[in-house]
Design a binder for this molecule. Structure first.
Ligand code: NAD
Ligand code: ZN
Ligand code: ZN
Length: 370
């Protein structure tokens, strides 16, 4: 039986988001319907609304979520109704060339639900009619009371954790922690610099602390963000509006640069800072997402001469089945303060306001609770 629930859609490029009734089909083979408990507002949702990711409007926004499995389709064995799960946007296929080589974190054929969620009816404010197919953000679409996903997008974790906290691991916080630990390979004693201290950058800071980094330098253009970064584990902070971050990072690392520099903004300017602020043979990790018009120019001789590794981090190179339960356990043991990422909890009607607050730099994460 198809169900009608409230969900938040982005109807067109730069148009305000709004709450609409949407149809959620029963789960087909390999699919699950999840009652969403919490969903964080990520910068990527804003990118969708601005048309920076694709033009497949209308989008059903929201992708940083936890919830309870309500029903599963045929052949689903990994989760069952009643399971408390975190949703992930890279359900690995197990069969592509990356998976077959034992590198499922790079899976080239991740999958989502096959069936589409649709709009119930057009309203007077819109040309979109009933039956219009929705594009769920990152294949999730969890600014909705219920959502349809592939069962592989559900990872069971300890239900003792608060839903708002758990949901954050579904995207930004996992991307940041993983950018440091999985992609950057940060280890004991390493020096790390993180450019951009929003939810993702702060998670990279928390991840670096967890991994035993010796020096963690936070860079942002907003002093309030730098204050929070300190609470997350930064040992030094640099405001790159007033101070050259490359010079500052070198000064703080004996004149050499950091072993690992993480760009959690994703602009050509911040990437170049990351490139030059790292030590010889160091690692740059790009976890911020650029937009299609951005290009990068670097002297090729510097790329060669400085050596090391220039890496991109898709979803923190995480494996949800390995990383979600482990990080939730560390949180429940008091060793990783995931609660510090939740600035405020809001309702479904408040998402436009949450975007504005994100834009103003007022929040780390606003989380919609159901
Ligand atoms: N790779 C992935 O898998 C993945 C996953 C989630 C999010 N992201 C991306 O990560 C990026 C950050 O996301 P977020 O949710 O933390 O965003 P956010 O808006 O919360 O944080 C961005 C931070 O960058 C700072 N900033 C902006 N311009 C800067 C500059 N020139 N120099 C230094 N700091 C600057 C802002 O002050 C802010 O603190 C986004 O591009 C998002 O799309 C990537
Ligand atoms: Zn695969
Ligand atoms: Zn996200």
């Amino acid at each position: 039986m198809t169900q009608q629930v409230r969900g938040v859609i982005a109807p067109g490029k730069n148009e305000p988001v709004r709450v609409e009734m949407i149809l959620v089909p029963d789960p087909g083979p390999g699919e699950a319907v999840v009652q969403v408990r919490a969903c964080g507002v990520c910068h990527t949702d804003l990118h969708y609304k601005q048309g920076g990711i694709s033009d497949e409007f209308p989008f059903l926004l929201g992708h940083e979520a936890s919830g309870v499995v309500e029903s599963v389709g045929k052949g689903v064995t990994e989760v069952a109704p009643g399971d408390f799960v975190i949703l992930n946007w890279r359900a690995v296929c197990g069969q592509c060339r990356a998976c077959l080589r034992g590198r499922p974190q790079y899976c080239f054929d991740t999958h989502n639900a096959r069936q589409k969620m649709t709009l119930v009816g057009g309203t007077s404010r819109t040309k979109l009619g009933g039956g219009t197919e929705l594009s769920p953000a990152l294949g999730i679409g969890a600014f909705a009371e219920k959502t349809l996903v592939a069962a592989g997008q559900c990872t069971k974790v300890d239900p003792a954790v608060a839903p708002a906290v758990a949901g954050l691991l579904g995207c930004g916080v996992m991307a940041g922690i993983g950018a440091a630990i999985n992609t950057g390979g940060v280890g004991r004693g390493d020096s790390v610099a993180v450019i951009g201290c929003g939810g993702v950058g702060d998670a990279a800071i928390a991840g670096s602390r967890l991994a035993g980094a010796g020096r963690i330098i936070a860079v942002d253009i907003d002093d309030r963000k730098l204050e929070t970064a300190r609470r997350m584990g930064a040992t030094h902070t640099v405001n790159s509006r007033s101070t050259d971050p490359v010079e500052a990072i070198r000064e703080l690392t004996g004149g050499f640069g950091a072993d690992v520099v993480i760009d959690a903004v994703g602009h050509p300017e911040t990437y170049k800072q990351a490139f030059y602020a790292r030590d010889l043979a160091g690692t740059v990790v790009l976890v911020g997402v650029p937009t299609p018009e951005m290009t990068l120019e670097l002297p090729l001789l510097d790329v060669f001469g400085r050596g090391g590794a220039l890496k991109s981090s898709w979803y923190g190179d995480c494996l949800p089945s390995r990383d979600f339960p482990m990080l939730i356990d560390l949180h429940l043991q008091g060793r990783l303060d995931l609660g510090a990422f939740v600035t405020e909890t809001i309702g479904l009607d408040d998402i436009e306001k949450a975007f504005a607050r994100m834009h103003e730099g007022d929040v780390l994460r606003s989380v919609v609770e159901f």
